[in-house]
Design a binder for this molecule. Structure first.
Ligand SMILES: Cc1cc2nc3c(=O)[nH]c(=O)nc-3n(C[C@H](O)[C@H](O)[C@H](O)COP(=O)(O)OP(=O)(O)OC[C@H]3O[C@@H](n4cnc5c(N)ncnc54)[C@H](O)[C@@H]3O)c2cc1C
Length: 445
């Protein structure tokens, strides 16, 4: 199945190189190259008017491109990395969240519930590996029961069906290695192969077939290309694009020059961890509308040489900044623990566009995992945890601050026609991706 999909992808020439798109564009429009003056900068590079641009080929950017293409729009996805899904979208738990935790009527609650339904439907239709495993949220001591009750109430208010309160004995019968005093069973939670999901969406919009319809949706994925900034020209936003390899020679004192200017009717800034830093580089966009960015790394550890002790996802009571060191399964039944929360400093803008964040997982972090995991899995053996991978949460609130909702900004907020900024698309962003895309293609087209 995967092989077939990759062959389709290659046939459709989705892995376009910079030269393929911009080489021809530059040739076509070189005679029209102009020197453009705005209040701050002058540019003498090729420029082109286009319909829609999505910045970033993570799961959200790809979903947005799909939704725009399905409405008949011509879309260019600009991605700084060599392929899609090289950022946070391939560094997460791959859990399909039910929508329990988030404040009522928040974007997170609404998009998670709707996105989960859309995701399961899409996965079933397109043979994307996924499983509705169910999940237990557990209180491991009686002092945690009030928080567990709050979580249940949130879930009910958010319209999550099927939640069931269980006493500890019954929960431990379902999962014999578990230790808890009370639990909530969430039957709608599950797992998805996020790479297959992204690949499928890319193939769908690139191969003209979606829901069995044969249509030319004209979507182009342009890898190794970075949006380094932009400016407002009259009523339009003008994006500054550079080959990612040109950024490698950049040092902090040299001035970055774009190699191409794109002037889209609609641009969606879906650059994940870099979205706020990129928005700050849009001359003419007021800085006050851009929220501060915080970064919280989450590390995972895997179990070595041990048969998977659990069949369902297991979550303790959430901690500051994350959902607690939980148990996730992959589709092969392998167990991983994590992610923890480690607040880290960001990197400079240009490094962030190239995804040069520190993703290392230090083996000594396991010392903190053992006591956390043993609260609900007391039989965890010494020496059984091995460093896995890490991801970084694109957060809009810092340590000990209240969580902030997804931020989706259009002209009504910042006054610039055709610009949509997506900020703080942390968990449940994977689950919500199709719903966010639907919202954007409905509200901003
Ligand atoms: C540890 C962790 C666990 C998580 N677990 C879950 C979970 O179980 N379930 C769930 O629903 N969600 C989960 N999430 C959240 C989910 O992974 C994200 O919400 C989602 O992947 C965000 O997708 P995105 O497309 O917005 O960002 P990304 O995947 O980061 O994509 C952004 C893309 O933009 C590109 N880019 C950046 N700057 C530029 C530029 N200037 N020009 C061009 N391209 C650029 C990057 O290279 C990147 O490919 C988790 C997140 C983390 C960190």
């Amino acid at each position: 199945m995967l092989k077939k999909t990759i062959q389709t992808l290659e046939r459709c020439n989705v892995h376009m190189k910079w030269n393929h798109l911009f080489g021809s564009s530059v040739r076509n429009i070189s005679s029209a190259s102009t020197t453009q003056n705005d209040s701050t900068t002058s540019y003498s590079v090729p420029r082109e008017k286009v319909d829609c641009v999505v910045i970033g080929a993570g799961v959200v950017g790809i979903a947005v491109a799909t939704a725009l293409a399905l409405k008949g729009r011509e879309v260019i996805v600009i991605e700084s990395g060599p392929s899609f899904g090289t950022g946070t979208s391939s560094r997460n738990s791959e859990v399909v969240h039910a929508g329990i935790y988030y404040p009522r009527d928040s974007f997170k609650a609404i998009f998670c519930v709707k996105g989960r339904e859309m995701l399961y439907e899409y996965c079933s239709k397109h043979d994307i590996p996924h499983e509705q495993t169910g999940k237990l949220i557990v209180a491991t001591r009686s002092s945690e029961i009030p928080k567990l009750n709050d979580i249940l109430n949130h879930g009910i208010q958010n319209g999550v069906d099927g939640l069931k309160v269980m006493n500890g004995v019954d929960a431990m019968k379902m999962e014999p290695e578990l230790q808890c005093v009370k639990a909530i069973l969430s039957p709608l939670s599950g797992i998805v192969d996020s790479h297959s999901l992204m690949l499928s969406l890319v193939v769908c919009i690139s191969s003209f077939f979606y829901h069995g319809e044969a249509e030319n949706h004209r979507t182009t994925f342009t890898y190794n290309s970075t949006v380094i900034g932009g400016h407002i020209e009259g009523n339009e936003i003008c994006l500054h694009i550079s080959e990612t390899k040109s950024l490698k020679e950049w040092n902090e004192t040299s001035i970055l020059q774009p190699e191409l200017l794109l002037i889209p009717k609609l641009v969606v800034n879906s650059a994940g961890l870099s979205a706020p830093a990129l928005a700050k580089r849009f001359t003419g966009l007021e800085n006050r509308v851009i929220p501060p960015a915080y970064y919280a790394r989450g590390c995972y550890f895997t179990l070595s040489n041990t048969k998977a002790p659990f069949r369902r996802l297991l979550y303790p009571i959430p901690e500051d900044g994350g959902l607690g060191v939980h148990v996730t399964l992959d589709l092969n039944g392998q167990v991983k623990f994590g992610p923890d929360v480690e607040w880290i400093d960001g990197v400079d803008d240009i490094s962030s566009f190239q995804n040069k964040f520190d993703y290392s997982v230090h083996a000594n972090r396991a010392e903190k995992f053992y006591p956390e995991i043993r609260k609900y899995y007391p039989n965890l053996k010494d020496g059984s945890l091995e460093p896995g991978y890490s991801g970084i949460r694109p957060k809009l609130s810092g340590p000990y601050q209240s969580p902030v909702d997804f931020v989706i900004q259009g002209e009504d907020i910042h006054g610039i026609p055709g610009l949509v900024n997506l900020f703080g698309i942390e968990s449940p962003g994977l689950t919500s991706s199709l719903a966010i895309a639907d919202f954007i293609s409905t509200k901003f087209l």
